[in-house]
Design a protein around this ligand. Structure first.
Ligand code: ADP
Ligand code: MG
Length: 584
């Protein structure tokens, strides 16, 4: 075939493929246009999960009548004129592609009246061709109605998910924009049912209730952080509210909803070791920064960004979250209040959760984290207990009970330590301390051959490099068979086969974890497997070194999986319990 320029409609359809994936993408583009037009109100009407109709109306600036047909053309935009403008974009749109793309895969009708004009105009586009332009009476603002989405691209239709899923996508999208723009009144109806209505009074927590329900919204912690030109705000879940995936983590940068791996990592690291492995926080975060510090032109749907200084944003996000976590005392207590605290006024024992949350900022297993100069306790002195924060005081070992717990005394009371959890923590921190460096490996005198299930084999093969970093030298040795040639020096004496099985125990296929998190998870899993067990009698020497090692830990109060390593019975509590004090 000779080389030809594609007809405009075909080119638009191809471009549409990148931007318009499903009904929710149409809603996103149209909402962004309304917001760019300075709308104070946006109404979204959906029928048939968006396959039948999507209609968005706003009271924004409107489009002058001589420009309405132009707005439909590809690369037609009022938001950008020179290439330099790309580097300080203040609007959500700038590519001039949305209307053209949507118009090429649907029947699109745009009715608009500029605030400066008396009469409005209407254009209709079907499958990329303008088939109607007329003048009409219309209120100031713009209405875009999209019917029969993908009527001419049956392949796309087949890729759509169930109506329930497509509807949820739209709900989630509109609700998040409502949250990002609390001063705009949003209304969303699906098949005549009101799904969302916000007041536009600027109160984000009110909108949050629409997203998570009233009870959860009430519990979400507020984040406020400012550093030079960078401003971070939003809501994060307390430690007792978690999800099994990271889908409830949302970032807006300069009012734009984006997916950001570095920001997600920063957020997760701030929660690191405070949540059980495999549990994720919920968060809706808003970052405001100088538009010149962020490149928004890296993704056709503008869903990704690039930062000029990624480290700066990353660190700021991590500190913002950490600080917010520290500022609030989570409520759950390890012990039931009723049995232990007959008088309701007594301050309950500080649970390990609480203590973990009060750990020092920068108190994570990732050594690169900078300690934070201004712990947030200052802001809420009532919440700062007399107990030590984060690290442990020097302890005097009393002994082992039930071959499971160690009993120790500190200046501030009695500590009951779970030997298994404590040992996990000690091993975990030792291994993670190596950071980017390789952990020294100890070659085995005779390599151990291990046969693994075929499904795990391919997953294990992908992890061999990471494992090598942690001192495990493992080589493929025939189908579904591996040979362990070396183990980390730190774990000398462990059973290599048990360690390898621990590694592949629960490889998850559904989600690709982030690198740092994956490593932490692998290490946590190894530590769990090789740590001393409950029911294992320890010699006096072993008991003592475990306590000493724990004292040296950064986050001694939780195991790497987030469970408490100890219960602290403070002097104060003991005195109350024995009726020496308190019932005054
Ligand atoms: P972009 O948003 O990237 O500029 P679009 O194809 O989404 O490209 O829109 C093209 C142009 O049409 C916009 O630049 C804007 O001038 C105009 N426009 C689109 N929607 C609206 C709206 N709701 N209100 C006012 N003007 C609009
Ligand atoms: Mg646009």
């Amino acid at each position: 075939m000779p080389i030809r320029l594609l007809p405009d409609e075909v080119a638009s359809q191809i471009a549409a493929g990148e931007v318009i994936e499903r009904p929710a993408s149409v809603v996103k583009e149209l909402l962004e246009n309304s917001l760019d037009a300075g709308a104070g109100q946006c109404n979204v009407l959906i029928e048939g999960a968006g396959r039948k109709t999507i209609e968005i109306s706003d009271d924004g600036l409107g489009i002058p009548s001589q420009e309405v047909t132009m707005a439909m053309a590809r690369h037609a935009t009022s938001k950008l004129s020179r290439a330099e403008d790309l580097f300080h974009i203040q609007t959500l749109g700038f590519r001039g592609e949305a209307l053209a793309s949507i118009g090429s895969v649907s029947h699109l009708t745009l009715t608009s009246r500029s605030r400066d004009e008396e009469i409005g105009s209407r254009v209709r586009v079907s499958g990329g061709r303008i088939d109607l332009v007329e003048q009409v009476g219309a209120p100031a603002g713009t209405v875009v109605r999209v019917e029969d989405l993908f009527f001419n691209v049956p392949a796309r239709l087949k890729f759509l998910k169930s109506d329930v899923t497509e509807r949820q996508q739209v709900d989630a999208l509109v609700t998040r924009y409502a949250l990002a723009y609390p001063q705009v009144r949003f209304k969303l109806a699906q098949d005549g049912r009101a799904m969302l209505q916000t007041s536009g009074n600027g109160n984000r927590r009110e909108v949050l209730a629409n997203l998570y329900g009233v009870e959860t919204a009430r519990q979400m912690l507020e984040v406020q952080f400012r550093e030079e030109s960078l401003e971070i705000s939003g809501f994060i879940s307390p430690l007792n509210l978690t999800r099994s995936n990271r889908r409830e983590i949302t970032f807006f940068i300069n009012g734009r909803w984006v997916q950001s791996v570095p920001l997600t990592t920063a957020l997760l690291q701030a929660y690191h070791t405070l949540l059980m492995v495999g549990r994720y926080p919920m968060a809706v975060m808003f970052v405001q920064m100088d538009p010149e510090d962020v490149d928004v032109n890296v993704h056709p749907a503008k869903a990704e960004v690039r930062f000029r200084s990624q480290d700066h944003v990353f660190n700021a996000m991590q500190r913002a979250i950490r600080r917010a976590l520290l500022a609030y005392t989570p409520v759950p207590s390890v012990l039931p209040r009723q049995t232990w605290f007959p008088e309701a006024s007594a301050r309950p024992i500080d649970s390990a959760w609480e203590m973990a949350a009060q750990a020092q900022p920068g108190d994570t297993a990732f050594p690169e984290t900078q300690p934070d100069a201004a712990p947030a306790q200052e802001a809420q002195p009532a919440l700062a207990p007399a107990l030590p924060i984060g690290r442990l005081p020097l302890l005097r070992l009393v002994g082992q009970i039930g071959s499971t717990y160690l009993v120790a005394e500190g200046p501030d009371g009695l500590y009951l330590i779970d030997q298994h959890a404590a040992h996990e923590r000690v091993l975990f921190e030792r291994m993670m301390r190596y950071g980017a460096e390789r952990l020294p490996a100890q070659a085995l005198l005779s390599p151990v051959t291990v046969n693994v299930p075929p499904a795990s084999a391919s997953l294990l093969s992908e992890q061999l490099l990471i494992l090598e970093k942690y001192g495990f030298i493992i080589e493929p040795f025939g189908p579904a068979t591996f040979q362990v040639r070396a183990v980390p020096v730190l774990l000398q004496g462990i059973n290599p086969e048990a360690a390898l099985r621990a590694l592949i125990e629960d490889f998850e296929e559904d989600e690709t974890p982030l690198q740092a998190e994956l490593e932490a998870r692998l290490v946590a899993r190894i530590c769990k497997r090789v740590a001393v067990k409950a029911g294992q009698t320890l010699s006096a020497e072993e008991q003592r070194s475990l306590v000493t090692d724990l004292e040296a830990c950064q986050s001694p109060r939780t195991c790497p999986h987030g469970r408490p390593t100890m219960i602290h019975l403070s002097v104060d509590l003991l005195e109350r319990q024995f009726g020496r004090r308190g019932a005054r």
